[in-house]
Design a protein around this ligand. Sequence first.
Ligand SMILES: [Zn+2]
Length: 512
Amino acid sequence: MRKALRVGFEKRGLVRAARIATTPRVKRSAVLTVACAVLSCQPAQVAPPPCPSVSPTLSTATAAPVASTAPPPDPRASLPKNWVDAADKIAAASKARTNAYTWLSTLTDSFGHRLSGSKALEGAIDFAVESMKKAGLSNARREKVMVPHWVRGKESARVVTPIEREIAMLGLGGSVGTGNKPIKGEVIVFDTLDDLKNSKDPLKNKVVLVNQPMPPFDPKTNETGYGTTATIRWWAASEAGKKGAVAALIRSVTAKNFRMPHTGSMAPYEKDGPKIPAAAIAPEDADYIARASKKGAVTIELSMGAKTFPDAESANAVAELAGSSLPNEVVVVGGHIDSWDVGDGANDDGAGCAMALDAVTLLKELQLVPKRTLRVVLFTNEENGLRGGKGYFEAHGKEVHIGAIESDFGAGAPRGFQVHGPAPFVAAVKSWTPLFQEWGAVDIQEGHTGADISPLEKAGVPCVGLVPDGSHYFDLHHSHADTIDKIDPGNLRKNAAALALMAYLLAEGAVL
Ligand SMILES: [Zn+2]
């Protein structure tokens, strides 16, 4: 920059303006602008006639750089063109696509909830295999898996003393029933599972309540607190049973108080251990019992008709989009087709199934057939046994799996992915972030990817989990409210598109 200019700048305090001018993107035009300002402008207080691109404020040191009209450089420019083209094709084709939503609403409205061992689940699996055939995927089939067959039966709970009060409850999956007469007992309340574990109180013939709230959702980290609270649901009955209690109640695993119970699985009873009934109750009822028991004894009556039958036959629904050049190498794309026996399993996990099926169907329709085979697997029995995930690994674990992707976290707004695998794999997937900008699925972190593909993950297969926004996931999770009206068709569509691109890149071998 010519010395004279510099002197001029300093005199008039325009150095910073000049410095702004030298930042590369605005270099040429800004320099021109400043020079024009200096040469034409008089001392600051006199407003010079406006130069075409000069704003009178230029005399102040903080003049904002003039916005360049050149389009911002495409952050994807450093990525291979065929990946960018694939992303653009998928984005264009999915703009008004309703397939995933249509399929999901047919699933929920035709079969409702789909617990392992139920006719509804087997009907839904047949529907999935038919849908795979209609989509033109190859070798669509049921792959047999034996699953636990637990049935809830009729159930209820109520406070008997100090007042009569209904309790909104749901028995936990795998729990024993109360037999042919209800259990009645005084409730002993623990604020945490650890308090119960460490308690020395005599709990013989008591009913235990663990009233530990789920922490509120953290939008910054998408952290839901499920990890800490689900362990209460898992261990409460065995801990309380060991101490002589006749039943165990937990505050439902949710951070919201909609007077709604949320069911879920519990730890299998120890072979020779005490087998006491266990149920989740609405947060409001847990808080009422906690308040009342500070003033005196609270007695409840619990009646549960739960029964466990011999294992039932079920299946994973499986089909492929055969790879163009390396068909024996596989990338799994999946979700779980079973659900709990309340609500319609729309978010958990009908949405994951709809997105996995539509993602691969869309790639086929766009003739974006990657080198390796994409295998859609809609796993059975994720909720209470993981037999589908384990069965898949038993049947296919010896095949060459280049990757596996699971979607089992609802269909909130796209947010990103969790990735598990060798460092170069994690780094490579993270480098694709610009390709997912279109759908806002740009938060790519290392972490847990999914229960059904966890056997593959443990065997060293690089895995990816789709992670939509989770702010409302546990408001509905395992409850009567998990129904199709809670699904936003736009979010479902965008998540399916992001999943399609991730599947394409993995099967193209973009990380290899
Ligand atoms: Zn699930």
